[in-house]
Design a protein around this ligand. Structure first.
Ligand code: NDP
Length: 248
């Protein structure tokens, strides 16, 4: 596999929210981008145009990350990579576990943990030096919910995101001598449509004041942490989760 001249990073869930902010921030840091989206082609195209206006080359690919075949096809389409941001995820539902339908539990774990494992597997296959890659960085977007447990809201999501932290630690050690760093970022309460999409339009206003800094975060503040983790300045950082949660 050839080494790209510039950093070349795949972002899943790159169409909107945190993923789109990460794409814009990495473009400003000199990365070329591959943006993966699932349903919102219009948003993906809009983000791609913003990224290109910042001087980056950008390819848009449709892929549902819960489908392992689609993940492999996505990496095939992406070509050589030096970075992967595994960001696609959703809370899907708000309420106590006892009242959560079993299919919602299954879909939540599938989207927030199983798909992260598929993407991580493909990422280390693409970037490991021993497999012909040029080395690189995998950043998975976890959640502060992994350490709060999110009682009464989405315990199944918190459990899945805790799995991301364990995956990050174990996989980082597996590939530490193969040129690949593996890290996670755990956002707190960030202003995106994820909260309303889970069925409670007013959630941001309800939980925002509980953040020690007194406000929800901006997706750009998560993107800054991702960009640092992907940079040479973080060359000795692997196997850990960085919280970006305003103290929450
Ligand atoms: P958004 O709802 O704004 O964006 C979610 C993104 O994920 C979209 O680009 C969507 O693509 C994509 N996506 C969803 N399901 C799939 C799938 N099956 N396959 C491929 N892509 C998919 O959410 P956020 O930006 O807020 O969330 C990004 C990440 O951050 C998630 O992992 C989330 O769990 C995590 N997080 C967010 C927090 C917050 O407060 N916002 C807090 C903690 C963690 P499309 O639109 O094309 O369907």
């Amino acid at each position: 596999m050839t080494t790209p001249d510039r950093p070349r990073t795949l972002v899943t869930g790159g169409s909107r929210g945190i993923g789109a902010a990460v794409a814009r921030r990495l473009a400003r840091a000199g990365h070329d981008l591959v943006l993966a989206y699932r349903t919102d082609a219009e948003a993906a195209t809009r983000t791609a145009a913003e990224v290109e206006a910042l001087g980056a080359a950008c390819t848009v690919v449709r892929a549902d990350v819960v489908d392992p075949g689609a993940v492999d096809a996505l990496f095939e389409a992406a070509g050589p990579l030096t970075g992967v941001v595994s960001n696609a995820g959703a809370t899907l539902h708000i309420g106590p576990l006892a009242d959560t339908p079993v299919d919602v539990i299954a879909r939540t774990v599938e989207l927030n943990l199983t798909s992260a494992l598929y993407v991580a597997r493909a990422a280390v296959r693409a970037m490991s030096v021993s497999r012909g890659g040029s080395g690189g960085v995998l950043v998975t977007i976890g959640s502060g919910a992994a350490t709060t447990g999110s009682p009464g809201e989405y315990v199944q999501y918190a459990a899945a995101k805790a799995g991301v932290d364990a995956m990050t630690l174990g996989l980082a050690q597996e590939v530490a001598r193969d040129g690949v760093r593996v890290v996670a970022v755990a956002p707190g309460i960030i202003e995106t449509t994820i909260h309303a999409d889970a069925g409670e339009p007013g959630r941001l206003a309800r939980v925002g004041p509980s953040v020690p800094m007194g406000r929800p975060g901006d997706p750009a503040e998560v993107a800054d942490a991702v960009a640092w983790l992907m940079s040479p300045e973080a060359s000795y950082v692997t196997g850990t989760t960085v919280r970006v949660g305003g103290g929450r």
